[in-house]
Design a protein around this ligand. Structure first.
Ligand code: 26Q
Length: 803
């Protein structure tokens, strides 16, 4: 332990209360009598945090002594979720805290409600990063997550007259009690300027510098003493950027303009996960993250090591999509220009250090940057990219002589219509492994968007199917079902070995277990408070995107409505719940949101639907809301056009919590269905190969419209403006283009929903299917995902921290 002894903080109610009061007096500077709810909340957070900080200190000492291979996760996004409930659970102080708060006269639930989630991500990719960090800590792997501490996280969604309105998310307005600032580890980041050669070495002289100041959050492991960190960088202007002369002359705005420009770098998370924003500020953000993080990684390497030759064996850096791929030329620059290594040695270290995870299949989502812009902002990096490209293209020409087209396709530089740097090509070229995030995704990656690279380097590609944290998405989200599972299995060890859930399968034969399972689901629906808890809760929660096809779900809702109006409705009572945000500039997705709200208003206001159909759309779907919706769901909608959703992770969360899936053969749906069994999954629609064939032929959505009366009726009311003018645009897009084959899959989807009704009518059968979903999806733990990364990619080992 480095000779340092720590006082162990007690976890009994008495010890907790003593520290709570001491923190209230000495750190918050107030008293029980005058404390506000916010004072109580901040004090509670500090008291919980201290218990983890102590473990953190022991973890750091153990890691330092072991000098292991570290895993560094570089991600532009982290959707960590609320910290209080997690840290109470992981520190084992939930009960003590409640007792202590009550003894001091505070209302625990009112205080817990003040915990604000750091919304530093858009959706799946950001939440995956958080789940992987959770699992890395739980599995005792020395790891650090690096990201950006955006002042404004993912926007808050409001609905005004049914339309999405975005509000800034000033998540740290009250301060963030979970954060440890580390100003001594700040870094200087350069931008612009020029390069020159001095004594045979290239020197980059930046034209502008910005400071990166880190702070970290604790990432505790569950059931272990390991506490890792996620380190987030915030841009800060250097002192010199305040212009005192101008200030003195009364030019207040001008005096701070350079400082404002610098600090804008970490001002806002780009809420765009559909198309590259293509703006310079985003490129600056990416380099800012990369530059600060690599310098920090190098600093940490040097604490324990003296020889660059050991760098790759001590360092595994995972690139979360292409957003941090500038790390490849940046590490080359550090090693060659600053450290004086020869190019080939540096390249070998770089390639052995980095690995790359791809999260998309949409060609339009593959990032590129204009050569002009990149060369202006990062002149040396562009030179290095050209040098890497020259070697790549030599290798391509040697392997495929006279295949000029292949050379053109694989080049790191796209020439037409404008010159752009292709970040995915750079990522594959500069790493040991590239992975897709579900079996189908990896297969499609290697046969479509990255096919040429797969031809050249087949061994570089591996699949690592995504997973989710059972602590966050079962234990914290659903304490009731967690208790029932532990009771059924006779242990709570499933929380760190999710394969144990298979032990629930025999319990489907136990009528009393089934009835308790049903009661829990019912109680979760009642707690959610949206719709009748007796109705089937049909849930579609995810970002809004045309490929995900919320519009298909909406056509189904309208069809059900029409059937109800026609009389003699024989469907089961349903509550349809939508949740999710659309990128602010994504017009078509915002139209779909608007239309859903208009349909919901109409359906809910019509007495004919009473007791049969309700449509709810709570605004601002985020982790906090996900933790209430997922445990209540009966049916999980995973209805993307096959071949478009890389993996999905909401599908896993819902199935693990006992929701049945209606879905296409897309992403990880395929693997979920393989495990739960075809009988316990409602499959519909075209598969990826069929969708591709249909798309590449002359697909005519109007033929489906003409052939199907119910579809025609649904589209007709939309186009006729029954739900407002927005409907016309949505309907026209479906009838004229239907890029994602919504109309082609409509009949199959609607018919399959009738099978859902039939299954629901037999509640014993439904419950059996529900339990089997939970029992058979233990594979989708992010612990298994991390184990796969360790075996196939990271080759790092656990370091145990004494409890
Ligand atoms: C790009 C350029 C400019 C601004 C923003 C972006 C941007 C931001 C976020 C591009 C992509 C994203 C996020 C993508 C994402 O969340 N992908 C999802 O990743 C999940 C985890 O692997 C998968 O389960 C989903 O299938 C995939 O859609």
């Amino acid at each position: 332990r480095n000779g340092v002894e720590l006082r162990s903080l007690g976890t009994s109610p008495a010890a907790f209360k003593e520290d709570l009061l001491s923190n209230l007096y000495y750190r918050r500077g107030t008293t029980v009598e005058s404390a506000s709810a916010q004072d109580a909340y901040e004090t509670l957070a500090l008291t919980v945090r201290d218990r983890l900080a102590e473990r953190r200190a022991r973890t750091a000492a153990a890691h330092y002594a072991a000098n292991p291979r570290w895993v560094y996760y570089l991600s532009a996004e982290y959707l960590l979720g609320p910290q209080l409930e997690q840290n109470l659970l992981y520190s084992g102080t939930a009960e003590a805290a409640r007792t202590a708060l009550e003894a001091c006269g505070f209302a625990p639930d009112e205080i817990a409600a003040l915990d604000v989630e750091p919304g530093l991500g858009n959706g799946g990719l950001g939440r995956l990063a958080a789940c992987l960090l959770d699992s890395l800590a739980t599995m005792d792997i020395p790891a650090v997550g690096y990201g950006i501490r955006y002042d404004l996280g993912i926007f808050k969604q409001e609905f005004h007259d049914g339309r999405q309105v975005e509000r800034p998310d000033d998540w740290a307005f009250q301060g963030d009690p979970w954060e440890f600032p580390a100003p001594d580890d700040r870094q200087v980041v350069g931008f612009y300027g020029s390069t020159s050669v001095v004594g045979g070495r290239t020197v980059w002289t930046p034209g502008e510098t910005v400071l990166g100041e880190p702070s970290h959050l604790l990432v505790p492991g569950y059931g272990t003493a390991t506490v890792n960190i996620v380190r987030l960088w915030r841009a800060q202007a250097s002192e010199a950027s305040f212009d005192l002369t101008r200030f003195a002359a009364g030019q207040y705005a001008e005096a701070v303009q350079d400082a404002v420009r610098a600090e804008n770098i970490s001002k806002v998370l780009y809420p765009d996960d559909s198309t590259p924003a293509g703006r310079e500020l985003r490129l600056k953000q990416q380099y800012f993250l990369v530059s600060c993080s690599l310098r920090d990684i190098v600093r940490r390497f040097r604490l324990r090591n003296g020889d660059w030759a050991d760098f790759a064996s001590k360092t595994a850096i995972q690139l979360n999509d292409t957003h941090p791929v500038l790390a490849i030329p940046e590490l080359m620059r550090l090693l060659v220009d600053e450290e004086g290594l020869d190019w080939d040695h540096a390249w070998s270290l770089v390639r052995r250090t980095f690995n790359y995870t791809c999260h998309t299949l949409l060609p339009e989502a593959l990032e590129t940057w204009p050569v002009d812009m990149l060369g202006r902002l990062l002149p040396r990096h562009l030179e290095i990219i050209y040098l890497i490209n020259a070697e790549l293209l030599d290798e391509v020409r040697a392997r495929f002589p006279d295949d000029l087209d292949r050379v053109r396709r694989m080049s790191l530089i796209q020439e037409e219509p404008t010159r752009q740097v292709r970040m995915a090509n750079l990522a594959v070229t500069g790493t040991t492994r590239t992975n897709g995030v579900a079996a189908l995704h990896t297969q499609l990656l290697t046969s479509t968007v990255l096919r040429d690279f797969h031809d050249l380097w087949p061994d570089r590609f591996v699949n690592v199917t995504n997973g989710v944290s059972p602590r966050r998405f079962v234990r914290l989200a659903d304490p009731l079902v967690s208790a029932l599972i532990s009771d059924g299995l006779g242990t709570d060890r499933w929380l760190s070995d999710l394969s144990l859930l298979s032990g629930l399968a025999p319990l489907v034969a136990d009528a009393s277990f089934r009835s308790r399972w049903r009661d829990v689901k019912r109680a979760n629906k009642a707690a959610l408070g949206l719709g009748d808890p007796a109705a089937l809760l049909d849930v579609m929660v995810k970002r809004f995107h045309e490929y995900k096809r919320q519009q298909l779900k909406l056509l189904h809702v309208i069809t059900l409505y029409h059937r109800i109006l026609a009389g003699g409705y024989d469907g089961v009572p349903r509550t349809v719940l939508f949740g999710g945000k659309a990128a602010p500039a994504y017009h078509a997705a915002k139209n779909i949101i608007h239309l859903i709200n208009a349909v919901a208003a109409r359906v809910n206001a019509d007495p004919a639907t009473d007791g049969l159909l309700t449509v709810v759309f709570p605004a601002n779907y985020n982790i906090t809301l996900a933790e209430r919706v997922i445990p209540a769901a009966d049916l999980s909608e995973q209805i993307s056009m096959a071949g478009k959703e890389a993996s999905g992770t909401g599908n896993m969360k819902l199935s693990l919590n006992g929701a049945l899936t209606i879905g296409t053969l897309d992403g990880a749906n395929i693997e979920i269905r393989d495990r739960v069994g075809a009988d316990n999954f409602f499959l519909f629609g075209l598969n990826a190969a069929e969708a591709l064939t249909l798309r590449s032929g002359d697909y005519r959505p109007r033929d489906h419209y003409a052939a199907d009366g119910e579809l025609r009726a649904a589209l007709d009311v939309i186009s006729a403006g029954a739900f407002g003018g927005v409907g016309q645009e949505v309907a026209a897009s479906l009838l004229d283009r239907d890029e994602y084959l919504t109309l082609a899959d409509y009949r199959s989807y609607v018919d399959r929903q009738s099978d859902v009704d039939a299954a629901w009518r037999d509640q014993e059968r439904w419950t059996t299917m529900s339990i089997l979903n939970t029992a058979r999806t233990g594979y989708f733990s992010s612990d298994r995902t991390v184990a796969d990364y360790l075996t196939h990619i990271w080759h790092a080992s656990p370091v145990r921290v004494d409890a």
